[in-house]
Design a protein around this ligand. Structure first.
Ligand code: 3HC
Ligand code: NAI
Length: 721
């Protein structure tokens, strides 16, 4: 077996190969690393390997594989971007990658690549430069260009090669959203040439390499038929495609994320001016993007999320109990969402219980809708669907709960009801079974007072809709034991959630920092601001929806309940306006938000249709211009930052990283700002304290700066060292 002498920093070479019957079988395997990435060092090995293969007269053709059992190549090494100091340096990095892949594309001997597992970013760009792509049909085989999610663009030729292979529309779809696709879809889109079961990947790839050595070349026709020809195949059609794509990007990003627009430009420029010019433009744009603050923030989020995946959430915890059977009490909105998501993501047996069989049946149907959606979007096959549906069952009693390692309750938000459920179920559960509550406001320690074994009671606060919201707050009570925490954290992760462990305190983390934000709406409306203005200013700041729309989404009845708890707990600074009737008046009038078709806004056919003007009357307020836009925005955002600081000071989250990830994944704090705590660091505590003091002077104690911010302002410290 041939190898390249590794750079001194690595113990073993990453690229090795074997020559048999004219085929060089090349394997990339970064020893000691969980995934293959393309770093500068790996690039050097690649180049040396291909130089050796070019000179080796025994080699007629090449078959390339990953040595990792579950990953192909995860892309370029993101750690290297963090160290880039200038746009010029980043441009050189991109151009270097392009040059290497250009050599691959022009290599004198054909190269077939066998893909199993994640084939992303630079990994896919490498595959695109090869001459034939075989992929396994395994669900782990995900193919995509996620660069824009890191604030950059595919900078190793991806913006040039993919549109040429699969057409501009399919390429833009993938590049601009940073999407990954299962191999079957990539195959349908013409991005891979052959789809095979994993056991025959090697054989089929080597066979393709041999066929190419004999002069055979794949005949590819542009996917998409006549429409494909009209839109992708001629400049006029492409103009329409680009115009539409640009409009969609602006709608989706509000102009806050420069990467998708730059990627669009790189694709368009390349198709207009040819691949060489396109590559140059791509590298330039990559260089500019890689050193933007937005990209730095998005990369920080990537690493923070990865760290969280490995964080057991508690010190010195015994390994988690592996959950195979999940019990759910309360098969309403949240219970069914948790059930469906648990089945789809963790493939566990789920047993549901509600007051009567009719409600359970409804819950099972709602859980099944999550599976239906996956099937419709071809995320699962018919066979997987049939297998997963069979995992859902339920009844009006606790039969089956005796074998559930974890039970989650999602009954009404009432301490008495939750404690009653706990008393009933504890004798039924296995002796080491964990009981988790999905309460949004009740202290876990209070619920656990009804337990014989409070050490196995915990909070698992999911967000709605459960299938879509990526965050889970895990809340240990005063007596919860570490293994209960690690079990809840591990199961939350298996459900695909990013999990933060949060102290048992009113509002936990997410609702806590949302409380002053929501509360300020009442004050602003009372001072004459309009609903649309409040929402549009928040959207312009980068929130996915404005705070008033958020209330409608959460449900005004739920919001009123949470607000009541928060005002009780933090009455010194969560102070509602004294004039105006408040949101309770809307609830009384049957306006519960989106779910009832009417809240602050009117909803028809599932779509938001504008503000219901009679809302102002019900609230007893009159829009008349209100405070200046800059003040409105400041009064929405700074109290949230202030509350986040206060909660950090109280140890509600373990560290600023968890706090920022919680805010970004819990309610969409603008990711390009890095989260409320990073944002605070960027503004500087001194400035925040000055602004809050000014607001407090004008509007009262609710704006008084948190002690921690005052300390930071005084000492010149930050949340992140
Ligand atoms: N660069 C550097 N490190 C990477 C990496 C990358 N591209 N991809 C993964 N890693 C690291 C992770 O940080 C983690 O490190 P740690 O163990 O020290 O914390 C480790 O590899 C394992 O990663 P995961 O825990 O995420 O492993 P999973 O099996 O859950 O997921 C994955 C694997 C789907 C490949 C996922 O890691 C992933 O999505 N990676 C990022 C993919 C990506 O964004 N690629 C584009 C890179 S940019 C690029 O290619 C630019 C080019 O166009 C020039
Ligand atoms: P829901 O009203 O849709 O569902 C509650 C279900 O519990 C109903 O089906 C009811 O019949 C059942 N139930 C009540 N008492 C029961 C008992 N003793 N035994 C068995 N079943 C019983 O309510 P939803 O919205 O699903 O909320 C459930 C829990 O989740 C609450 O604690 C709520 O605070 C929490 N939560 C709600 C969120 C939301 O957005 N709706 C978000 C996060 C948490």
């Amino acid at each position: 077996m041939a190898t390249i002498a590794p750079p001194s920093s690595r113990v073993a070479p990453a690229v090795t190969w074997d020559v048999q019957e004219g085929v060089a079988v090349v394997v990339l395997d970064l020893t000691g690393q969980p995934v293959n990435v393309i770093s500068r060092a790996v690039k050097d090995e690649f180049l040396a390997c291909f130089a050796a293969l070019a000179d080796d007269s025994r080699v007629q053709t090449v078959a390339f594989f990953s040595g990792k059992p579950e990953n192909f190549i995860a892309g370029a090494d993101i750690e290297e971007f963090v160290q880039l100091e200038s746009a010029a340096e980043a441009e050189r990095l991109s151009a270097g990658g392009q040059e290497m892949l250009d050599r691959v594309a022009r290599f004198s001997k054909p190269i077939a690549v066998g893909i199993h597992g994640a084939c992303l970013g630079g990994g896919f760009e490498f595959a695109l430069a090869c001459h034939y792509r075989v992929a396994t049909d395994h669900p782990k085989t995900q193919i995509g260009l996620p660069e824009v999610q890191l604030g950059i663009l595919p900078g190793a030729g991806g913006c040039q090669r993919l549109p040429r292979l699969a057409g501009a529309r399919a390429a833009l779809d993938m590049i601009l959203a940073g999407k990954s696709e299962r191999a079957a879809k990539a195959f349908r889109l013409g991005m891979v040439d052959e789809l095979v079961p994993q056991p025959i990947l090697r054989e089929v790839t080597i066979a393709a390499a041999k066929r190419m050595a004999g002069g055979w070349r794949p005949k590819r026709k542009r996917p998409g038929g006549f429409i494909g020809f009209l839109l992708d195949g001629n400049p006029l059609g492409r103009r329409i495609v680009f115009r539409t794509a640009r409009k969609q990007v602006l709608e989706r990003t509000g102009g806050h994320f420069p990467a998708p627009l730059a990627a669009l430009e790189a694709v368009e420029y390349g198709l207009k001016h040819g691949i060489d010019e396109g590559l140059k433009r791509e590298a330039q744009l990559f260089g500019q993007l890689a050193v933007t603050d937005v990209s730095r923030k998005l990369v920080q989020i990537f690493f923070a999320t990865n760290q969280l995946k490995k964080d057991p959430g508690v010190a010195n915890a015994p390994p988690p109990v592996r959950v195979q059977r999940l019990g759910i009490v309360g098969s309403g909105f949240m219970g069914s969402g948790i059930a469906g998501t648990a089945v789809v993501q963790a493939e566990v047996d789920v047993r549901m219980k509600d007051a009567d069989v009719a409600r359970v049946a409804q819950g099972i149907l709602a859980a099944r809708a999550i599976l239906d959606d996956r099937l419709k979007r071809r995320r699962i096959t018919k066979y997987e669907y049939a297998r997963l549906v069979a995992l859902l069952s339920g009844g009006d009693n606790y039969a089956g709960f005796g074998r559930a390692e974890l039970t989650i309750e999602a009954v009404f938000e009432d301490l008495g009801v939750k404690q009653q459920v706990l008393r009933e179920i504890e004798p039924v559960l296995p002796s080491d079974g964990v009981f988790a509550s999905n309460t949004s406001t009740i202290p876990i320690t209070r619920i656990a007072e009804a337990a014989q074994a409070p050490e196995r009671v915990i909070g698992m606060h999911f967000f709605s809709p459960v299938a879509k919201m990526p965050l889970l707050e895990v809340i240990p009570g005063a007596r919860t034991e570490p293994q209960t925490v690690s079990t809840a954290v591990a199961f939350g992760r298996r459900m695909g959630k990013t999990v933060i462990v949060v102290r048992d305190s009113p509002g936990f983390w997410v609702n806590r920092i949302l409380a002053p934000y929501g509360n300020e709406i009442g004050h602003l409306l009372a001072e004459g601001a309009s609903i649309e203005e409040i929402d549009s200013l928040a959207v312009r700041f980068g929130f996915p929806v404005g705070p008033v729309t958020l209330l409608d989404e959460v449900g005004l009845d739920v919001a009123v309940k949470v607000a009541g708890v928060m005002q009780e707990a933090y009455g010194d600074h969560i102070i509602p306006p004294s004039n105006g009737a408040g949101v309770a008046a809307l609830v009384k009038a049957g306006r519960l938000g989106r779910k009832s078709g009417r809240g602050f806004y009117i909803y028809k056919g599932g779509k938001k249709r504008g503000v219901d003007p009679s809302v102002y009357e019900l609230l007893g307020v009159h829009p008349n211009g209100g405070p200046r836009p800059a003040e409105i925005l400041q009064r929405l955002v700074l109290p949230m930052v202030n509350e986040a600081a206060r909660a950090v000071g109280e140890g509600v989250v373990h560290n600023p990283r968890d706090g920022d990830i919680g805010a970004i994944f819990g309610f969409g704090f603008p990711p390009f700002r890095g989260g409320p705590l990073r944002y605070a660091d960027d503004l500087g505590a001194e400035r925040i304290v000055t602004d809050l003091e000014r607001l407090a002077e004008r509007h009262g104690a609710r704006f008084a700066p948190a002690d921690l911010l005052r300390e930071q302002a005084h000492d010149g410290t930050k949340f992140y060292a």
